[in-house]
Write a protein that binds this ligand. Structure first.
Ligand SMILES: *[C@@H]1O[C@H](CO)[C@@H](O)[C@H](O)[C@H]1NC(C)=O
Ligand SMILES: *[C@@H]1O[C@H](CO)[C@@H](O)[C@H](O)[C@H]1NC(C)=O
Ligand SMILES: *[C@@H]1O[C@H](CO)[C@@H](O)[C@H](O)[C@H]1NC(C)=O
Ligand SMILES: *[C@@H]1O[C@H](CO)[C@@H](O)[C@H](O)[C@H]1NC(C)=O
Ligand SMILES: *[C@@H]1O[C@H](CO)[C@@H](O)[C@H](O)[C@H]1NC(C)=O
Ligand SMILES: *[C@@H]1O[C@H](CO)[C@@H](O)[C@H](O)[C@H]1NC(C)=O
Ligand SMILES: *[C@@H]1O[C@H](CO)[C@@H](O)[C@H](O)[C@H]1NC(C)=O
Ligand SMILES: *[C@@H]1O[C@H](CO)[C@@H](O)[C@H](O)[C@H]1NC(C)=O
Ligand SMILES: *[C@@H]1O[C@H](CO)[C@@H](O)[C@H](O)[C@H]1NC(C)=O
Ligand SMILES: *[C@@H]1O[C@H](CO)[C@@H](O)[C@H](O)[C@H]1NC(C)=O
Ligand SMILES: *[C@@H]1O[C@H](CO)[C@@H](O)[C@H](O)[C@H]1NC(C)=O
Ligand SMILES: *[C@@H]1O[C@H](CO)[C@@H](O)[C@H](O)[C@H]1NC(C)=O
Length: 838
């Protein structure tokens, strides 16, 4: 993330209370940091190019690639140093997952949670590609997204909406499609936030404590899919894992990510997420952003000149600094930046055409904003995706779709334009008008925002429908009067959340409650009390408590419209009027009470080191509801259509693939590329060098270099460049390729039994058996378009990984001997067919 004041980001919870922390959970350290070695899907070729390039670099140039030049120092959210000698410009990193942040003439896409709600691989892939095109055309090298962390352990988690929901399988499919789409456009994706940044409160210091099995089966799972899809970058998160910061956590970076998952790209810190110098490098961090740090006021950075010192003092071995540079460059070549890069043509920090290139120092006046329109025809995709992400939760008596109603009343703030414009609130930290994105760094400026009121009024005029629009939530008598005599009353309400650097209405990023905002419940109740054809539309970042709405006899329809992006009103109108038959399925569970999820946000802590134990294991969202027998309002995977679908003829066939083979053998020895000049004189600032004030550079200021290796806890094992054993679950990007072999192929016939064409999302769930396992887990889905009466056969591949549990002892995936069952259903609780397979 990035906010304009970095201090706001890195401010962590600090109190002095004298608590003893001796008994807190820890992790084993893991050294050395695995070196990149190439791999399938383009990594080999990219690695070769990177290796050639890095071989030409001096240590100062290598350091330059790893270190941000400072917060707001240059045009982008994040800017590395450059290699002027070889004509290599700085790398430009930019937020965020809904569109290009901090510029103009860009599109705003549906947020991650809405993308997931489509359950459409092809739409998610096209979204990734369209995002990639827009970032590419602005001159950006690295798109800081997509997000699969937070996964969504806590339904109130402030940034859940950026990601694809709490099911790791759905998130894994969505992240892989997004990464492939984005990178096919020639931009590096940076999947974030790695890992366990599940709430905003105390994010800069909280320790997420987790066991090995849950880590693998839940939170690491979608990251494995991202790595397998070839993601070029991973962003480490703010929090600690078992009391070590994510960005200096050798267990999660070296062991899990680069070792077991075989990640070949580079790890970049979240903004201000770095807390140490050589230690973070040895632990697997490859790039620090935005570069600023407090280790040493001389350099203003943990790295830059300080990293050069660490290399010259041998605190960092040559193979490690080389690997850092190689990983950055391998990602660069993998996505084709060498042929697809254009000049950066915007400034994140000013809207003026002419302004300072170096904002922090206000120097280098030039044309910074070329106002390049990068939107292409993406509005069409956004409208389609917005419509196909709508989840129809209730529809009694075929209330929907609407067919030229005599009169319609639109009621509620959430249907309206923000009177001051859609971008009136910086980083969208307000809730005025219709909600189409959350707040924080995952925002972009809207080119325009079609409100529901605007689009519905247009439709009404086409249909000659009498149209009334009530803009306020608060005058209930006005709302009742408007609703009391219309064929249909469409009432809107929302619930927002965001990033925890700003509080909105008492919500510090995380939601303080799971109810609707701004009197939404009272507004809906007022409307429904007078109109027996009340349609409720909810824009929200996640689940809200709506059982009273679900059971209200006058509420004939409920639609969850998520966070649909710039075409919001058009997308919704397409669904309400049946131009698009809804296919959205809820990507999370809607409980009836806040306690139903079994998770509470840690909002108050008297200790300096807040601890969050993930003691529920993998029992989050539907896994928890199922185990506890809690009846939700709407279960994970649920969603209605304007037609009906039936399933028949489930067959499951075992494939002849032989037994699983754990990975074995060892890596090569740690390679080095080019020599290092250990003469500190050679690393001093060149004579007469004109610094841009405040910019972070790789040069050192003093030839008297501190010897960090003398420290008693210096991790000498980090210097071991001997060949290292390959973990049994490792061996290739995404883990052991054996994991992805198809063990069973399931086929099922899906029939459209209704009267109109529609798209079904048949879902495959597995019961892995065993007393301590979830009742079922999602392991397959498809998007099937069917004309009325049509039947299609749908095929699902069930892989070894899908069937396995993490075996802590073996440190590998194992298919247990417990009975296993394949289910096909329309949701996690509507399981209609099953076959026992073991
Ligand atoms: C490092 O990057 C900065 C900023 O782009 C540039 O001015 C400087 O010359 C680079 N240093 C080296 C040694 O290439
Ligand atoms: C962005 O502007 C730069 C010039 O600053 C130009 O080279 C590049 O082609 C522009 N991108 C597009 C898509 O026009
Ligand atoms: C992290 O802490 C948890 C909770 O104490 C513990 O179960 C787990 O084993 C620790 N993880 C590792 C890798 O040591
Ligand atoms: C930072 O490092 C430089 C070079 O080693 C040293 O001269 C200076 O005293 C250090 N400053 C602080 C505040 O530690
Ligand atoms: C640029 O304009 C947008 C849209 O009006 C606004 O939200 C943003 O704050 C402006 N940025 C700056 C740096 O002034
Ligand atoms: C840079 O341009 C801005 C806006 O045009 C102007 O206000 C400022 O004085 C200029 N600064 C320099 C150093 O020329
Ligand atoms: C309801 O609307 C009809 C025609 O649209 C009108 O004749 C009637 O008076 C209205 N009733 C109320 C209570 O507003
Ligand atoms: C929940 O929080 C929202 C947003 O702050 C607020 O509008 C609403 O009134 C709260 N709900 C309750 C029941 O307090
Ligand atoms: C439903 O609407 C009718 C008006 O048509 C009203 O009389 C009735 O009380 C409403 N029902 C409820 C439960 O509010
Ligand atoms: C937070 O905890 C402290 C110490 O336990 C307590 O004094 C304070 O009232 C709590 N604050 C809130 C908002 O609960
Ligand atoms: C779907 O089937 C159910 C149960 O038979 C029926 O009540 C409902 O009206 C059907 N819905 C549609 C849209 O055909
Ligand atoms: C270096 O790593 C290898 C492979 O893990 C190991 O066998 C060897 O003991 C290590 N060397 C040292 C000095 O720790």
């Amino acid at each position: 993330m990035h906010v304009k004041s970095l201090a706001a980001v890195i401010a962590v919870f600090v109190a002095s209370d004298g608590t003893s922390y001796a008994d807190l959970p820890t992790l084993p350290a893991f050294y050395p940091s695995p070196w990149s070695a190439g791999g399938p899907n383009g990594w080999d070729a990219a690695y070769k190019q990177a290796h050639e390039f890095v071989s030409k670099l001096t240590v100062l140039e290598k350091v330059n690639l790893t270190t941000g030049t400072g917060n707001q120092a240059d045009l982008c959210t994040g800017n590395t140093g450059s290699v002027p000698r070889l004509g290599f410009r700085k790398l430009c990193l930019q937020d965020g997952p809904v569109g290009v942040r901090y510029t103009d003439l860009n599109s705003v896409f549906p947020a991650g949670i809405s993308a997931a709600a489509t359950w459409s691989r092809s739409l998610i892939r096209r979204r990734g590609e369209a995002l990639g095109e827009e970032f590419r055309d602005k001159g950006i090298d690295v798109l800081l997204g997509p997000a699969v962390g937070p996964l969504g352990r806590d339904p109130a988690g402030g940034r859940n909406f950026e990601a694809f929901g709490p099911d790791p399988y759905l998130a894994g499919v969505a992240v892989a499609q997004t990464v492939e789409g984005t990178q096919s456009a020639g931009v590096i994706a940076s999947v974030k936030h790695y890992i366990l940044n599940e709430q905003e409160h105390f994010r800069g210091g909280i320790s997420s404590n987790i066991d090995d099995k849950t880590m693998h089966e839940l939170y690491l799972w979608p990251f494995a899919d991202a790595v397998r899809a070839g993601v070029g970058s991973v962003m480490c998160s703010y929090n600690k894992i078992n009391n070590t910061y994510a960005c200096e956590n050798s267990y999660v970076l070296n062991h899990l990510l680069k070792g077991e998952l075989g990640f070949q790209g580079f790890v970049v810190s979240d903004w201000g997420g770095q807390h140490s110098g050589y230690l973070s490098a040895l632990s697997g961090l490859d790039m620090t952003m935005p570069g600023d740090g407090v280790r040493n006021s001389t350099y203003g950075s943990y790295w830059g000149g300080a990293l050069t010192e660490s290399v010259l003092s041998l605190a960092i071995s040559p193979f490690r600094i080389d690997d850092m540079a190689v990983r950055i460059m391998a990602a660069f070549y993998k996505v084709g930046r060498d042929t697809k890069q254009v000049d950066i043509n915007y400034s994140s920090w000013t809207n003026e055409t002419i302004g300072p290139q170096y904002w922090r120092s206000k120097t280098g006046n030039t044309t910074v904003n070329r106002h390049v329109d990068v939107q292409r025809n993406h509005a069409e995709l956004i409208r389609e995706m917005g419509a196909k992400s709508v989840v129809l939760l209730k529809n009694t008596g075929k209330a929907l779709p609407l067919k030229q109603p005599a009169s319609v009343a639109i009621i509620g703030e959430d249907a309206q334009d923000n009177p001051n414009g859609p971008n009136a609130c910086v980083d969208r930290i307000c809730n005025i008008g219709t909600l189409a994105m959350g707040w924080g760094s995952a925002t972009a400026e809207y080119p325009y925002l079609i409100s529901p009121a605007t689009a519905l009024e247009k439709q009404a005029s086409v249909d000659k429908t009498i149209f009334t629009n009530v803009k306020s939530n608060w005058d209930l008598s006005v709302a009742r009067a408007a609703a009391s005599n219309t064929s249909v009353a469409i009432v809107f309400a929302n619930a927002n959340s965001g990033e925890g650097y700003q509080t909105l209405d008492g919500n510090f990023g995380d939601r303080k409650n799971l109810t609707l905002w701004n009197g939404g419940d009272e507004l809906i109740a007022a409307v429904a009390s007078v109109n027996p054809n009340t349609v409720v539309v909810i824009h929200s970042v996640g689940p809200v408590l709506i059982d009273h709405i679900k059971t209200h006899p006058n509420v004939t329809a409920i639609l969850w419209a998520g966070l649909p992006g710039q075409e919001s009103g058009n997308s919704l109108t397409d669904v309400l009027y049946g131009k698009v038959n809804p296919q959205g399925r809820t990507p999370f569970t809607w409980g009836k009470a806040a306690g139903d999820w079994g998770i509470t946000t840690l909002t108050n802590s008297s200790t300096q080191q807040p601890q969050q134990d993930f003691s529920e294991g993998s029992f989050i969202d539907y896994r928890y509801f199922d185990r506890e027998g809690i009846e939700p309002s709407f279960e994970f995977g649920f969603g209605l259509s304007y037609t009906n679908f039936s399933y028949s003829n489930l067959k499951v066939e075992r494939q002849d693939i032989g037994p699983y083979k754990p990975a074995s053998g060892s890596t090569s020895a740690g390679p080095t590329f080019g020599g290092i000049n250990y003469d500190p004189e050679s690393a001093l600032y060149p004579e007469g060098f004109q610094k841009v004030p405040g910019m972070i550079y790789p040069w050192i200021v003093d030839t008297n270099i501190p010897d960090d290796t003398g420290s008693p806890d210096f991790p000498y094992a980090a210097h071991n460049r001997s060949a290292q054993p390959i973990p049994p679950a490792g061996g290739a990007p995404g883990g052991n390729p054996e994991l992805y072999k198809v063990v069973y192929v399931a086929t099922v016939d899906v029939t459209n039994t209704g009267e109109v064409a529609g798209t079904d999302i048949p879902q495959l769930y597995l019961s892995l058996g065993g007393l301590a396992e979830p009742k079922v887990v999602l392991r397959g889905f498809d998007e099937v378009e069917l004309k009325a009466g049509e039947t299609k056969t749908v095929t699902f591949d069930v892989t070894y990984r899908d069937l396995s549990n993490w075996d802590t002892e073996a440190q590998d995936w194992k298919v247990t001997s417990d009975e296993k069952t394949v289910y096909i259903g329309a949701s996690s609780r509507d399981l209609r067919l099953h076959v026992n397979i073991q």
